[in-house]
Design a binder for this molecule. Structure first.
Ligand code: 3H9
Length: 708
């Protein structure tokens, strides 16, 4: 049985304990260990019933995701045999009670459903989250879950991948009892009570499978929802197909279809990308020179300077995480406006059912408005979120230097400015760093954490840990203009304007990128964010532009006409009072005129080229970011783009996507663009190097100058 599964027997009840930290994944050895334990239980006449439980913090969190690469190539031990182990459990001659705490996820829930009974502590959660990895349940989950929970619930759980709490699992018959107090003792008592009675086999329980007439609308609605909410993803539709099979085919045949679909999904680029994302998000938390044991500064109180859109959102982030926060503005009117926005925002969340009124009332009571710096000396972290301008930021930091206690973290929510220069306004640059939240700050998961020259390791460790507590994905980045995300985005947006100037319509550009999977097209994003923002920045940095290098003109011209996007009712598109966009023929005429004046050759540009131009612009700049050491790894760039810029997760992020396309192919296209469009398309040396040596971004380890 090895060390991974232990078997003990007391007074006729056998207890199998899976002990494979940290999450009891079904790594090689675990399924075999369970099978061996079941054999022994069958063989031992003294055993009347069995309990299976997880050691440590959880039941089983699923198949070992690291093994999937081997499974694809047919080489994984263990995971492949897991479905047959489930059959052995179900056919065990003694009833098996599954005892769940923490999570029963994916293969973990499949394991639990193969038992005859399931009990759980109230805090446990269960789910089939496989679709989030681009696959479907592969060990009979799509066949057993509808037999326990009914088709509608099974379809929702398998296609959406969300977890449900124990109470809901009880309601849907997925578990049989919630155990108060000690789980093992409760499960053993349960086992003793059912010992000797006929044990129900999930695979034989057909009463909840419904009729074809009942199931048709459920399945159709699920497919519609999947096409909308999980646009472009194949796994949710495959999961629905597999659950449908449970309603139409005998159990064994349904299992065979499930396996076929599982293997197809596993072999797809989508699942490779999503599994990359799973590990990249966890890897991003690891900073090579800031080891896990680096002491972090306890953060019990926070303060935010600036109650505008960003500052208000950031205050909500702290409050939502249960951290009391001071919110400072310069004058009463601005403070009142800021608070009103926060209240409106929360009211919207209550209306949508995201938060309860009680939760919101508690959060609001944690946000303390102020016009001065009183109370700031108690804050462990202060986030500055004033208007983006160096002089103002430096003035605020000089004030914070006087107001904050020694050892407090001073963070700037700048999106472009030099964090070292901001820090120079204080006497303690080692406590200064950037925390770049993304609008809307209370919703968007990404947090770029900008390391300054002097920032200490414990300040970085604190920011990284805090990001998780705040429900954010923190990614450490270096201090360059625009940091990682916006620095790359600039190139992406620029290309989108170039292709419009060269003859593609605004709608065609947005559609091409939307169809590629982006949450929104780049021009629609510009209208949403306000075209004037980029215009102002471009004007400020115009003196840095090299003469003779092409720069986009149409966006600036629109701004000169007062077309700033949604807020002025017109930008790339026209907007009605509900901010619904319609194409604006006037824009097409104007752009043609401006292009003619600038002697820009007009031609037909297809969707494929639009995507290549925009996405490879991200990739080429991403390669520069990486080789210059402003990101620690290509995966960090991917995490930034997935969580902050609406890049489709099933493509793994821009750098992973480039690896998937093949860097040689990407490089050749970049060179072709360079030949046509000049030095803005000069290939990044790293892209050239990897393309010529057959390397990939995901395997590239940055050199000594990385931000570590
Ligand atoms: C499946 O089951 C397919 C079956 O249907 C078919 C089989 C034939 N494997 O997230 P954390 C690692 S598909 C390997 O930081 P938390 C993780 O990488 C699977 N490793 O902790 C990290 O390592 P490190 C379906 C795993 O408390 C460490 O554990 N299951 C796995 O915030 C801690 O993780 C899922 O999709 C795994 N399955 O969250 C569940 N899970 O420390 C995926 C975790 O080296 N997992 N690790 O960075 C999760 O959702 C979360 O990890 C969990 C814990 C909620 C469990």
């Amino acid at each position: 049985m090895g060390d991974l599964v232990q078997l003990t027997k007391t007074d006729g009840i056998a207890v199998m304990t899976i002990d494979n930290p940290p999450v009891n994944a079904l790594s090689p050895g675990v399924p075999e260990g369970i099978a061996e334990a079941i054999d022994q239980i069958n063989a031992d006449a003294a055993v009347l019933a069995a309990v299976l439980i997880g050691a440590g913090r959880t039941f089983v969190s699923g198949a070992d995701i690291k093994e999937f690469a081997k499974l694809r190539s047919g080489g994984a031990r263990g995971t492949m045999d897991f479905p047959s182990v489930l059959g052995r459990i179900e056919n065990c001659r003694k009833p098996v009670v599954m005892a769940i705490h923490g999570n029963a996820l994916g293969g973990g829930l499949e394991l639990a459903m193969a038992g005859h009974y399931r009990v759980a502590v109230a805090s446990a959660q269960v789910g089939q989250p496989e679709v989030k990895l681009g696959i479907i349940p592969g060990a009979h989950g799509t066949q057993r879950l509808p037999r326990l929970a009914g088709v509608a619930k099974a379809v929702a759980m398998c296609a959406e991948g969300n977890l449900i709490p124990a109470a809901e699992a009880l309601k849907f018959n997925i578990i049989d009892r919630i155990i108060e107090g000690d789980l093992l003792a409760g499960a053993v008592a349960f086992a003793r009570a059912i010992a000797g009675k006929p044990a129900p086999k999930t695979s034989e329980r057909n009463e909840k499978l419904g009729t074809a007439e009942e199931n048709a609308p459920i399945l159709a609605a699920a497919r519609d929802a999947a096409r909308k909410k999980q646009r472009g993803m194949m796994a949710p539709l495959a999961a629905i197909e597999a659950v449908e099979a449970a309603t139409k085919l005998p159990f064994e045949e349904g299992c065979r279809l499930e396996r076929k679909l599982f293997m197809e999904c596993l072999a797809s680029d989508q699942s490779k990308a999503l599994i990359h994302v799973f590990f990249a998000e966890r890897e991003a938390a690891k900073i090579p020179d800031v080891p896990r044991e680096t002491p972090a500064i306890p953060v019990a109180r926070a303060a935010v300077v600036g109650a505008g859109t960003m500052g208000g959102g950031i205050a909500m982030v702290f409050a939502n995480a249960g951290i009391p926060v001071l919110l400072k503005e310069a004058d009463q009117a601005a403070l009142d406006r800021g608070l009103e926005n926060i209240r409106k925002n929360y009211a919207g969340s209550v209306a949508r059912g995201r938060f309860t009124q009680q939760f919101v009332d508690e959060r609001l009571s944690m946000i303390r408005p102020t016009l001065g710096y009183e109370g700031f000396a108690q804050a462990d972290i202060i986030v500055e979120a004033v208007f983006e301008g160096m002089e103002l930021k430096k003035q605020v930091f000089a004030e914070l230097d006087r107001a904050a206690k020694p050892g407090a973290i001073l963070a700037s929510n700048t999106s472009t400015l030099n964090i070292d220069e901001i820090a120079s306004a204080t006497s303690r640059p080692e406590f200064v760093l950037g925390t770049h939240f993304f609008s809307p700050a209370n919703v968007t998961r990404l947090l770029e954490i900008v390391r300054g020259r002097a920032t200490t390791k414990s300040v970085i460790a604190t920011a990284m840990q805090l990001s998780k507590k705040l429900g954010k994905v923190g990614v450490l980045v270096g201090n360059c203009r625009g940091f990682v995300g916006n620095r790359m985005f600039h190139h992406y947006v620029r290309e989108s304007v170039f292709v419009v100037e060269e003859g593609a319509s605004v709608e065609a550009v947005d559609k091409a990128l939307y169809d590629f999977g982006m949450a929104m097209g780049p021009l629609a994003v510009g209208d949403l964010a306000g075209l004037d923002v980029g215009w102002r920045i471009r004007k400020e940095y115009r003196h840095l532009e090299k003469p003779g290098v092409r720069h986009p003109i149409a966006g600036d011209r629109l701004c000169e006409m007062g077309r700033f996007g949604q807020k002025t009712g017109a930008g790339w598109y026209k907007y009605d009072e509900k901010r619904q966009a319609t194409p604006d023929p006037e824009v097409a005429v104007l752009v043609r005129k401006w292009a003619a004046e600038a002697h820009i050759r007009q031609r037909a540009i297809g969707a494929e080229e639009i995507v290549e131009r925009c996405v490879y612009a991200l990739v080429n700049e991403g390669a520069r970011v990486l080789e210059e050491g402003y990101a620690l790894r290509a995966g960090d760039i991917d995490v930034i783009y997935l969580n902050g810029y609406g890049f489709p997760a099933y493509r793994g992020g821009p750098m992973w996507y480039a690896d998937t396309v093949g860097l040689k192919k990407v490089y050749d296209r970049v060179r072709a663009f360079e030949a046509e469009l000049g030095e803005i398309w000069t290939p990044a040396p790293l892209l050239k190097h990897l393309a010529e040596t057959g390397g990939t971004f995901s395997e590239y380890t940055p050199g000594r100058n990385a931000i570590a």
